[in-house]
Design a protein around this ligand. Sequence first.
Ligand SMILES: CCCCCCCC/C=C\CC(=O)SCCNC(=O)CCNC(=O)[C@H](O)C(C)(C)COP(=O)(O)OP(=O)(O)OC[C@H]1O[C@@H](n2cnc3c(N)ncnc32)[C@H](O)[C@@H]1OP(=O)(O)O
Length: 280
Amino acid sequence: MAQDLVDGLLIKARSHLPPPSEPLGKLSKRDRKGVAVIKLKNPPVNSLSLEVLTEFVISLEKLENDKTFRGVIVTSDCPGIFSAGLDLTEMCGKSQAHYAEFWRAVQELWLRLYLSNLVLIAAINGVSPAGGCLISLTCDYRVLADNPKYNIGLNETLLGVVAPSWFKDTLVNTVGHRTAERALQLGLLFPPAEALRVGMVDQVVPEDQVHSTALSVMAQWLAVPDHARQLTKSLMRKPTADRLVKQRDADIQYFLQFVSRDSIQKSLRMYLDKLRQKKG
Ligand SMILES: CCCCCCCC/C=C\CC(=O)SCCNC(=O)CCNC(=O)[C@H](O)C(C)(C)COP(=O)(O)OP(=O)(O)OC[C@H]1O[C@@H](n2cnc3c(N)ncnc32)[C@H](O)[C@@H]1OP(=O)(O)O
């Protein structure tokens, strides 16, 4: 087992059998070959800082280029939290150059994940708002742990900000227009049973079965010849991705203008203060 610890992101790339302590579930040994596990590890809440976004992209690129790997399970190393979404401190009180670099990194990760040739399965073992939800939506299949605390959704409006068009597109492509419209306007965070009902996740399973279920699902997806599956994925997703590719710079400019507004800075600061005050 190759194991690589990068700042903020734990990557366990598994090209051989797992240690015996890990349950094999219903999978044969062969099924597990070629499957890597990317575990987000940026305590306390796996927020997606510029550093984490960058490391994530580099790790994906390495896996894409290493033909040993055909699939990746994306999961979290932080108990109870898949990811708290974009790091809000990266969007508050920083320079224009910083905002531009940060937003380009968000775009880059989305494009890499959304168009990945690898099979991506999200093993969602914690709460998953906004950017955390977006990461799971870029995967080919989502398995969510059945815990009433593990809400998932694009809650941007509740922060006083707007989910960009490509966040919206990703959700529409997953749950359909009407469900997405309602969820986005209301900033809904769905508990597991609701998330399953609206199609935001594909399966809800007991918490201790999330990883083994993700591996079983992976085996099913890897049974399909790569070239046919990859071309089909591209057919389904490329038109959505191309919309961003064609206007990446304009999207960054729009983000800069938006995030620099006094009213938006105020909303984000208030939201962060509210999170911080929760404790005491
Ligand atoms: C082109 C068009 C322009 C449009 C612009 C839109 C830009 C995109 C907008 C949004 C995308 C996002 O992803 S924004 C992030 C949204 N995330 C959230 O709303 C989740 C916020 N966090 C929580 O709800 C909770 O923290 C939690 C449920 C995830 C965990 O709860 P828990 O009780 O376990 O932990 P705490 O709340 O005490 O948090 C611990 C610690 O972490 C800080 N924190 C939490 N979330 C974030 C975050 N997203 N970014 C940065 N920091 C975060 C929190 O403040 C605490 O800090 P302190 O220890 O210092 O108090």
